[in-house]
Design a protein around this ligand. Structure first.
Ligand code: WT7
Length: 638
């Protein structure tokens, strides 16, 4: 039996039991056998969920890029590491071998050094899905700089918030980004974001779209000439196990995004271990995860997990609908993809289109299908299973979070029997518990409660950048001595987990985690608005869509409401990004509040669903008349 690679259900249970009974032995064996260390650890684990303080592999020294790149140069130098598929299907795909990746990462790392980046400095990366994105990430890791990747769909304001919070002195971006038949002016967005940020003294620019841009003297530099001049040898900086590897922002239920900090050794071990088991990667496989590297899925399962296993990982620059809805399947056929990992929202969008888009292509290379980001509904699951997997490829519904660093609850393909809508069983080392309303652990099966973790795992985030108190308050205060996920879940008769949704003010729209507070803040900045409340409602493609209840200063006056709605969505686009736009808006004279002034979103949710017969307990409602008014003018589509 190998701890590292589980091949059947019996092995899963054996490994799982060991991981729970002897977690330190379990995780030290895996780390010992499958990774390259400059120095071994003195202590596998030290933890205290009250402080909270979590330390894995203390005393160890390593560099993650030696694990993801250098060690493969002995036996996989000419194997494709990154297979880049451009937005335009006419443009040639790039096969970047491990040897070429090593040279390009080292060159980039030398450029960063020559531009003044030191170990521990933060570098903000705002790039489209082009090879330079993965290369920049790895180059930071090579020299111990902390990367902070910001999804290139975020607006200038959202980018500025993240640059300031992380204290990034350098930004790596491109002139523009291709997205379907559009070109997005990325560099212009960066210019806007940093007008008032003095700490940014260097902007490195990749030439991708040949978009005309402004280059500010002394600050902005084209990357290509620097790369040509720099050496392809760069000694890896030796890192301590708990040195930060990256910051990645995720929304929270209050305004500011949370900069989740992931550290080096534990994150490496966990992303690699989960990749190997969830995708059962074999040497000749071509693995494709369609996520953007701007999200954790891309960090763990496009870059670090696959590369640590010597895999071929696909990076796709484009979108599923360009040039038509067959694009994903065209790529599967073209590159003979073996594992395909995507979001339920993409599946729902493609399932709406003609089956001919699928049936045109030979998908017989596929062995394993995956989903991530939100629950997959039964209909989408069957469509995926029947039409893409042809009933032969197991579907892994993987539950995890930015905070968890890697997949936590998921079937292991060919081992765990799957049931649609169930993420099934915890991975080795993961100890989920369900907690009731009084903070009690719910024992036994057929239970539903708050999903918590009672034991640490190597991939978990260690803190929120510059705000350890918020880390404690958000994740370790809801339930004593437990990590609280923010999700609810049920455990069925055989112990399988099904995620039932968020229990806080976070709404998952198209697989993107959106806090209601930052969207409300953006709306409230509009001069016509007093205040607002956002709630989610089911949407056939996005999973959830957003409905805003907005109190106007002068409700009912002659203002053009359609225009106002457009202005509000424009405001959201500017402050956060297009992903946070509202599908429905209802203007109102007030919002339902309880006696302490808290907005009763529960009631708004019911009204949005049209479930006005069951508003629940309204006895604490301060202003019932407002509820009546809102019901009368039920939300109108934007
Ligand atoms: C939240 C985390 C993990 C990478 C992408 C999202 C929801 C995620 C599932 C799933 C049901 C899921 C949860 C979670 N979620 N995967 N398989 N089934 N819900 O990362 O942006 O940090 O969002 O996404 O609500 O808490 P994220």
């Amino acid at each position: 039996m190998s701890n590292y690679h589980i091949k059947n259900l019996e092995e899963y249970w054996q490994v799982y039991r060991k991981s729970i009974n002897e977690p330190e032995i379990f995780w030290s064996e895996i780390a010992e056998e499958h990774f390259l260390w400059r120095k071994k650890w003195d202590k596998v684990l030290e933890w205290d969920f009250d402080k909270p303080s979590i330390k894995w592999y203390q005393g160890a020294e390593l560099n993650i890029t030696e694990n993801c790149i250098d060690r493969h140069l002995f036996n996989r130098a000419d194997k494709t590491a990154i297979l880049f598929e451009p937005n335009n299907p006419q443009e040639k795909a790039q096969h970047i071998t491990y040897k070429q990746l090593s040279e390009r990462v080292n060159k980039m790392a030398n450029v960063l050094k020559s531009q003044g980046v030191n170990k521990g400095d933060r570098v903000c990366i705002y790039l489209p899905m082009i090879p330079e994105l993965a290369i920049s990430v790895l180059a930071c890791a090579r020299i111990g700089a902390i990367h902070s990747v910001v999804f290139a769909g975020f607006s200038a304001d959202a980018l500025a918030t993240r640059i300031k919070d992380s204290g990034s002195k350098m930004i790596i971006t491109s002139d523009g980004a291709y997205r379907g038949n559009k070109t997005i002016e990325l560099k212009k967005i960066v210019d806007e974001a940093i007008v008032d940020i003095d700490i940014v003294n260097k902007v490195l620019v990749v030439n991708r779209t040949k978009t005309k841009i402004n280059m500010k003297n002394g600050r902005d530099i084209w990357l290509a000439p620097l790369l040509i001049k720099s050496s392809d040898i760069c000694e890896a900086t030796i890192m301590k196990a708990e040195d930060p590897l990256f910051i990645l922002y995720t929304s929270g239920s209050t305004g500011k995004p949370k900069g989740m900090v992931h550290t080096t050794a534990g994150y490496m071990v966990y992303s690699a271990y989960t990749f190997k088991n969830i995708f059962q990667y074999q040497e000749k496989d071509v693995y494709w995860c369609t996520a953007d590297i701007g999200w954790i899925t891309g960090h763990s399962y496009i870059i670090y997990g696959p590369l640590a296993n010597g895999a071929t990982t696909v990076m796709f620059e484009g979108i599923p609908s360009y040039p038509d809805y067959g694009r994903f399947w065209e790529i599967v056929e073209k590159h003979k993809i073996t594992q395909f990992y995507t979001a339920p929202t993409a599946i729902r969008a493609l399932a709406k289109e003609k089956l001919d888009y699928v049936n045109r292509y030979d998908l017989s290379s596929l062995k394993i299908l995956g989903t991530v980001g939100e629950p997959i509904n039964e209909e989408a699951w069957h469509w995926y299973n029947d039409n893409i997997g042809k009933g032969k490829s197991p579907i892994v519904d993987t539950w995890w979070q930015t905070e968890t660093g890697g997949i936590m609850i998921s079937p292991i393909p060919f081992s765990t029997p799957t049931i649609p809508t169930y993420a099934t069983l915890p991975l080795p080392g993961i100890q989920p518990v369900l907690v009731g309303n009084d903070g009690e652990e719910l024992q036994g099966n057929n239970k539903e409660g708050k999903l918590c973790m009672k034991f640490p795992w190597p991939g978990m985030a260690r803190t929120i950048w510059d705000n350890h108190k918020r880390f404690k308050d958000t994740y370790f205060s809801e339930v004593k001595n437990m990590y609280f996920t923010g999700d609810g879940a049920l455990r069925n008769a055989v112990g399988y987990y099904r995620i039932t949704g968020r229990t806080d003010d976070v709404i998952i729209v198209s697989g993107h985690n959106l806090g209601t507070a930052p969207i409300e803040d953006a709306i409230n900045e509009h001069p016509a608005v007093v205040e607002s409340a956002i709630v989610g409602f089911p949407h056939s493609i996005k999973g959830n869509a957003l409905c805003g209840y907005i109190t106007l200063k002068q409700y009912g006056e002659s203002r053009d409401h359609d225009n106002l709605k457009a202005e509000i969505n424009q405001m959201i686009t500017e402050r956060i990004g297009g992903i946070a736009k509202l599908d429905q808006i209802q203007f109102t004279v007030g919002l339902p509040k309880n006696r302490s002034g808290k907005i009763m979103r529960r009631i708004l949710r019911k009204i949005t669903l049209g479930d006005i017969e069951n508003l629940g307990d309204t006895s604490t409602l301060l202003n019932p008349e407002v509820v009546e008014l809102i019901i009368e003018g039920r939300a109108v589509k934007v």
